[in-house]
Design a protein around this ligand. Structure first.
Ligand SMILES: [Zn+2]
Ligand SMILES: [Zn+2]
Length: 436
């Protein structure tokens, strides 16, 4: 694990990147290209939950469930079962060390350039900012995936726009969503680019400057052939789907709110926050989700919802997770109750003045329901809290950072992350204490 000197990247490289990036990705070709890219980059083995224990059994006496256990019936296979709960995966193995050739390549790439890059907080990304996005969106940022029995939840990609439009413009979906009926022109800037940008944890829009703002997952089928599609007769023809491949099923987002600061501190290694630090910072999560209507009624969102709540509790460290369906969205309300949430308040305090029912579950309640084998004093054991993470992607599932700046305290999972933090206008280039 040799310390490598850090310099900023060459201007030519930035220009080259500008030339090769396209974000719109609304064509199938772009979608396929993205899939191929991801497929080849991520050769990691599927992490099957070791825990084959089925069905955490929920005591019917608990007040959380209100007798709704039957909500977990999966209609596709007719078996009455609760989807198994995921778990914290083992950290990814450390990659092989850099070869001298690679070191030379990166040294040249990072040399003699103090040019700083930034991204606009909102709106559609133009050609220039798309290339910046490509520099910032490192492999470590993209490498956050969750798996359920039938689904893979991955980060939103370029190329997902067509799928996103099919959901956002569908009146049946719009009735259930706070945002109502966005225009076609608004969908790309307000949703797709926001979704993609959210994968870069250090770039915030101002809503929570102290930490990553959101995890937004595209819902995809692990095996498209096992997913049943309803006919979609009631949908607009342009919104119908004919198979369950690629992005299509919808998305599920975990928005983070906090009043403290959990970002890395200058002069210190970046550590994933402990539960105590999360609590002191008041870290809470709120879920937003939608799924294509041709996939309704199979319990798919239940799987996604349950896994994202687990991720929020066990891996991110939220002290509670909320969901606030609109009055009348019965399916969503049942989902909240089935996961163990309870109604905490009703509100119309949103930009649209709509009536929402806020449901919540605390970390302790979640552990009591889902990890009954743990003493409450053991909660947090196995959590990533305190683990050193890459200063740029902050991804706790990766190996311990192996790329080290001359200052000694700025460390990264990869050269890509090192470069991103160096060229970002708010990044390490301005805080580094070594004399470079
Ligand atoms: Zn990283
Ligand atoms: Zn440094």
């Amino acid at each position: 694990m040799a310390a490598v000197a850090l310099t900023s990247e060459g201007e030519e490289d930035v220009t080259a990147k500008l030339a090769q990036v396209h974000l719109d990705g609304s064509s199938d070709e772009a979608l396929e290209a993205d899939q191929i890219k991801v497929g080849t980059k991520k050769k990691k083995k599927k992490k099957k939950p070791k825990n084959k224990k089925p069905a955490v059994s929920y005591p019917s006496s608990t007040h959380f469930f209100n007798g709704l256990n039957e909500e977990w019936t999966m209609e596709t296979d007719g078996k009455n079962k609760i989807p198994p709960l995921g778990e914290i995966p083992p950290a990814e193995p450390t990659p092989p060390p850099e070869t001298p050739q690679e070191t030379a390549k990166w040294t040249a790439l990072l040399k003699n350039n103090r040019r700083k890059l930034t991204l606009p907080a909102f709106g559609l990304l133009d050609e220039t900012s798309r290339s910046v996005l490509d520099t910032f969106l490192t492999p470590g940022c993209k490498n956050v995936e969750l798996e359920t029995p039938r689904l893979k939840l991955r980060q939103v990609q370029r190329g997902d726009l067509t799928g996103i439009r099919k959901i956002k413009t569908e009146p049946i979906v719009q009735k259930t969503q706070l945002y109502g009926a966005p225009t076609l022109g608004l969908i790309q800037p307000a949703f797709q680019t926001r979704y993609i940008r959210s994968s870069i944890p250090r770039i915030t829009t101002g809503h929570s400057r102290g930490y990553r703002e959101e995890y937004i997952f595209a819902i995809t089928a692990l095996n498209p052939d096992e997913i049943t599609l309803s006919s979609g007769d009631q949908l607009k023809a342009s919104n119908r789907i004919s198979d369950a491949k690629g992005y299509l099923a919808g998305n599920i987002a975990l928005r983070l709110d906090l009043h403290g600061n959990l970002f890395p501190i200058p002069g210190q290694p970046a550590l994933h926050p402990t539960f105590q630090q999360c609590d002191e910072a008041g870290l809470t999560g709120t879920l937003f989700y939608e799924i294509h209507p041709q996939l309704w009624g199979q319990g798919l969102m239940r799987e996604a919802f349950r896994e994202v709540v687990r991720f929020a509790m066990e891996e991110v460290g939220c002290e509670s997770v909320l969901s606030d369906p609109m009055v009348g969205n019965e399916a969503s309300i049942r989902l909240c109750l089935a996961i163990g949430m309870h109604l905490i308040k009703e509100t119309t305090d949103n930009p649209y003045g709509k009536h929402q029912l806020v449901h919540s579950i605390s970390r302790m309640e979640w552990y009591r329901l889902n990890r009954p084998e743990l003493n409450l004093s053991e909660v947090g054991k196995g959590h990533w809290g305190g683990k050193e993470v890459c200063r740029w992607c902050l991804n706790p599932r990766l190996w311990n950072p192996v790329v080290v700046c001359k200052c000694g305290w700025a460390r990264y999972c990869s050269r890509e992350c090192q470069r991103a933090d160096w060229v970002w206008v708010g990044g390490h280039g301005t805080e580094c204490t070594s004399n470079q």
